[in-house]
Design a protein around this ligand. Structure first.
Ligand SMILES: CC(=O)SCCNC(=O)CCNC(=O)[C@H](O)C(C)(C)COP(=O)(O)OP(=O)(O)OC[C@H]1O[C@@H](n2cnc3c(N)ncnc32)[C@H](O)[C@@H]1OP(=O)(O)O
Ligand SMILES: O=CC(=O)O
Ligand SMILES: [Mg+2]
Length: 514
């Protein structure tokens, strides 16, 4: 039977239709609210904690207790749901596999449906593969498979291969709905459950929508309320001001928050792109997790989670090993060790790695801090106090804007978009993991530098014509790359158009024809 026949059964499609009829219009309203709120913040350069939800922040409440297989999350491997990578992730020794239909995935229809088919087999432990070269992959007998936590698309993306009431489907509801419909009961039967990572939310009202979707889906399938567990990525600047409210909305279903650093940086640039030089960031590689505004964000996240009994999950260090180059691998291991040590020391309960060869280093660091405990929820970090000013203190970020930084942004942006259009939503570029979030930073930063007429450290001012000449050189250097022309054109649009494009994946999705 084809993947489409296995996944898009009439019952599954009817379930999706029910989700769309119940929640599609609310999704549209919430997306419209995003634009209003940003326009207001851009005028003032300010965001603040909400007055109307003060009571929630001051009241005593906790999120639901984590299910048994989500109490120890010290190492989480992330990756696309492609069959070989799925098996490798499940066998990697990580506690959790973030099965990614989002930042690391191009929503080609084959990836969307094939990913669901791979998840179906993964949940049942039957996933196998024989490559054209004859190499065989199956789940190992001597490794506990990673617990699956699936990440659906964000609220902003449609899925045009399905329509309900003559409108394209909501990508997030398709990804969630198919996974939940096919696997919720099977997961429960195996002692696990339907677990999700929720990306790119901008407010607690968007979390409320997810909570209502979970409540509806559980009732429809006769699955007990509270079976779903969701970890929310705090990866937009407005969401950083609503961490408690987001957990509160999802409290029956919440299991934690994650510091999604790459989209967070993108969001800071996007949100305040017109708010003047105080929000202009230096080269992407110069902005580290020790920049004051990034530290305020992660400190507040750990404090908020542990106050509410939720897990605080660390993010992705982008350095990846190379099995053919020991020097690159040694550097990646050092960088990842530093990153995970800081997170474990700050109170995070676990963190992300992008590659199986990074599982041991993350494990070693968290083992060292956790000892025999499964997590450090008991480190409540009561001493942490973070103000709105500290979250917004972008101006104190050390580093400069350089010509090398500009060239790197253009090069990575074009290469990544080309990869995305080819169907690979995650790629190793110059020994760094690049995905939709990191590429967004590159192009948004170029837009911001042009808009703010940033002067590079060599005295040259960044203008659209300078960027176009760098783009032409990049294009010449990458001659022969698949999808190069479309990628360069798209980069020009998302980095230089007067009106900032909200997500590069929106015009990119319009360009794919499968
Ligand atoms: C900002 C964020 O949202 S971060 C989260 C989203 N991003 C991601 O999830 C990216 C995850 N990582 C990846 O996709 C990959 O590691 C890449 C694209 C960066 C590099 O992949 P490759 O170039 O294939 O790496 P490499 O050649 O070293 O792979 C070696 C082996 O490890 C496997 N592997 C590499 N990364 C992963 C992974 N994340 N999960 C499972 N297996 C993996 C490869 O499939 C390969 O397997 P094989 O030996 O059986 O053939
Ligand atoms: O999704 C994670 C991020 O850093 O973005
Ligand atoms: Mg992200």
């Amino acid at each position: 039977m084809s993947d489409v026949d296995r996944i898009l059964t009439p019952e599954a499609v009817a379930f999706l239709a029910g989700l769309h009829r119940a929640f599609g219009a609310r999704r549209d309203e919430l997306l419209a609210k995003r634009a209003d709120r940003r326009a207001q913040a851009a005028r003032t350069g300010r965001l603040d904690f909400l007055g109307e939800t003060l009571e929630i922040r001051e009241a005593i409440w906790q999120v639901a207790q984590a299910p048994a297989d989500l109490r120890d999350r010290r190492v989480e491997i992330t990756g696309p749901t492609e069959r070989k990578m799925a098996i490798n992730a499940l066998n990697s020794g990580a506690k959790v596999w973030l099965a990614d239909l989002e930042d690391a995935n191009t929503p080609h229809w084959d990836n969307v449906i094939g990913g669901q088919a791979n998840l179906y087999d993964a949940v049942r432990g039957t996933i196998e593969l024989t490559t054209p070269e004859g190499k065989q992959y199956r789940l190992k007998d001597d490794v506990t498979p990673a617990v699956i936590v699936m990440r659906p698309r964000g609220w902003h993306l449609d899925e045009r291969h399905l329509t309900f009431d003559d409108k394209p489907a909501v990508g997030a509801l398709v990804d969630f709905g198919l996974y939940f419909f096919h696997n919720a009961q099977a997961l429960l039967d195996r002692g696990s459950g339907p677990y999700f990572y929720l990306p790119k939310m901008e407010s607690h009202l968007e979390a409320r929508l997810w909570n209502d979707v979970f409540t509806h889906a559980q009732a429809e399938l006769g699955i007990p309320h509270g079976t779903v567990r969701a970890t929310v990525l705090i990866e937009t600047i407005p969401a950083a001001f609503e961490m408690e409210e987001i957990l509160y909305e999802l409290r029956d279903h919440a299991s934690g928050l994650n510091a999604g650093r790459w989209d967070y940086l993108f969001s800071v640039i996007k949100y305040f792109r017109d708010a003047g030089s105080d929000f202009v960031l230096p080269d992407r590689n110069a902005v580290t997790m020790t920049a004051p505004f990034m530290r305020s964000y992660t400190e507040l996240l750990v404090r908020t989670c542990h106050k509410r009994g939720a897990f605080a999950m660390g993010g992705m260090a982008a350095f990846i090993p190379n099995r053919r180059d020991p020097e690159v691998t040694a550097k990646a291991l050092d960088k990842v060790r530093d990153d995970k040590s800081r997170e474990a020391g700050d109170g995070f309960d676990g963190s992300w790695v992008a590659h199986p060869d990074l599982v041991p280093v993350c494990q070693e660091i968290f083992d060292g801090v956790l000892g025999t405990k499964p997590n450090q929820l008991d480190r409540t970090r009561d001493e942490v106090k973070v103000s709105a000013e500290e979250l917004l203190n972008v101006a104190a970020t050390p580093g400069s804007a350089t010509e090398a930084g500009l060239r790197a942004a253009v090069d990575v942006g074009v290469r990544y978009i080309a990869s995305w259009l080819s169907g690979n939503g995650a790629a190793a570029i110059h020994n760094l993991m690049e995905d939709a979030a990191t590429a967004e930073i590159s192009r948004a930063q170029v837009w911001q530098w042009v808009r703010n007429e940033v002067v590079l450290d060599n005295g040259v001012t960044v203008t659209a014509s300078l960027v176009r000449s760098v783009l032409a050189e990049t294009r010449a250097a990458l001659d022969g790359l698949a999808h190069l022309d479309e990628a360069a054109e798209l980069f020009d649009q998302v980095a230089l158009a007067d009106d900032f494009v909200d997500f590069l994946t929106l015009p990119a999705y319009a360009k794919i024809d499968c």
